[in-house]
Write a protein that binds this ligand. Sequence first.
Ligand SMILES: [Zn+2]
Length: 446
Amino acid sequence: MRDILIRNADVVVTMDATRRELAGADILLRGGVVAAVGQGLPADGAEVVEARGCVVTPGLVNTHHHLYQTLTRAVPGGQDALLFGWLKTLYPIWARFGPEEMFVSAQVGLAELALTGCSLSSDHLYLYPNGARLEDTIEAAATVGLRFHPTRGAMSIGESDGGLPPDSLVEREAAILEDMIRVVDAFHDSTEGSMVRVGLAPCSPFSVSRDLMREAALLARDKGVMLHTHLAENDEDIAYSLAKFGVRPGQYAEDLGWTGPDVWHAHCVKLDAGEIDLFARSRTGVAHCPCSNCRLGSGIAPVRAMRDAGVPVGLGVDGSASNDAGNLINEARQALLLQRVARGADAMSAREALEIATLGGAQVLGRGDCGALVPGKRADVAIWDISGIEAAGSWDAVAALVLCGPGRVRDLFVEGRRVVAGGQMVTVELPRIVERQTALARKLRD
Ligand SMILES: [Zn+2]
C-alpha cells in the first residue's frame, strides 16, 4: 500500500494529549498508521492529497447503532411513540428480516456513517430471524471498509413470559450463549489495528433474564471481549427496573458484573448522581445518543455531569428507526445543543463535542490505538472541506465544523485506505446499494 501525504490542511485537529491544533499542517499515513504530523513533510514518493481549505480530524467513532433499522425509517405508527410503544410497532416488521436484509441495511448504514466522517462503528444486533447471523453485518462492513465492532445481541423473554418482544423474535438462552462463543471465536481480533472486534450485548434488562446478563458478563471476561447493552433510557425503563428487580439500573448492572472499563451502556439518560459516581469509579462507558433521545422524547442525558465526574462518554447515532439519520457529525452538534438546553450556553463547547465524537468514542470502545492523529495511532482520518456554503463566513474553522458544517466529509481514510473521495464512496457502488435497500423496504411494506 502506497504512503499517503495529506498536505497543507488549514487546521489539523490532533486530539493529542494537549489537544493541539496545527495550522497549515501535513499528515503522513504509512502502513495503516499515522507516521508523522507537522508542517512541510517531504512527499518521498507518497500519493499527495491536497487539503488546503480543509479541516482534518481523526475519523469519528460511533458507539451505538442498530444498522438493520435503516430498513425501517419513518415507519408510520413508530414515528410518534415513546420507547415501548415504538418497539411494539416495529417488532413484527423486524420479524420478517433475513440475511439479505441484514447485509444490505448494514451496507447502507455504514456508508452513511462513512460519508459523515465515521471511521469506526459499533453495531448492536439483537434479533436473528429467518437465518440472519452476525456475519451478515461483518461482511457488509468489509465491503464498505469501516473499522467495525459488531456486538452479538439477544432477546430471550417474549410476550408469553411477560417481556416486550413477540415470542417469534426471542431465542433460547443456551443457544444465545453458544452463538456468542461461535462469533467471538470466528471473528474477534484483539490485535492492535484490528478491523473487527466482537462484543456481547443482551438487548436490555427488559428483554433478557438476569441469568443471561450474568452469564454474558462471565463469558465476556473469559474471552476478553467487551459488554454492551441499553440502560436507563427513559422513565419507563427506570420504572420497569424498580418494579421488576427492586433496584435502579445502575445497581442492577453492578450486581450482575456489568460495570468496568470493558463495559459500555447506551443512552443512560436517567442515571442519577450515585450511578454517575459508580460509572466514574468503575470507568464504565456511556454511548450518548442525543438525536434518538430527542426523537423518542426520552430526555436529556446528564453528559456534563458524567464528563465532570470522569465517566468515558462517546456518541452514538442509534438505530435509524429512532433517529432517523445516521449522521455522526450532526450528533456532535446535537450533543452540544442538548447540554446547553439543560445547563446553559457554557455547558459544552464545540471542541468538547468534537472530542467526544472522536477520542471519547475510541476510549469507550477500548481503542487506545484510534481517535487521535498522533504518530503510531491508526490512520483513520476525516478531511472536511470548509470552503463551501455551510461554513462560509466562519471565523473559527474547528468550531464551525460542529456548529455550521459541512455535514459530510470530502475524504475519509480508514487504516490508511480511502473509503470516501471527493464526497463519494469509493469502496462500494452506492446507487446500487440504495436501489437494493429501497426494493427491500418496499417488499416489507407491501
Ligand atoms: Zn439502541
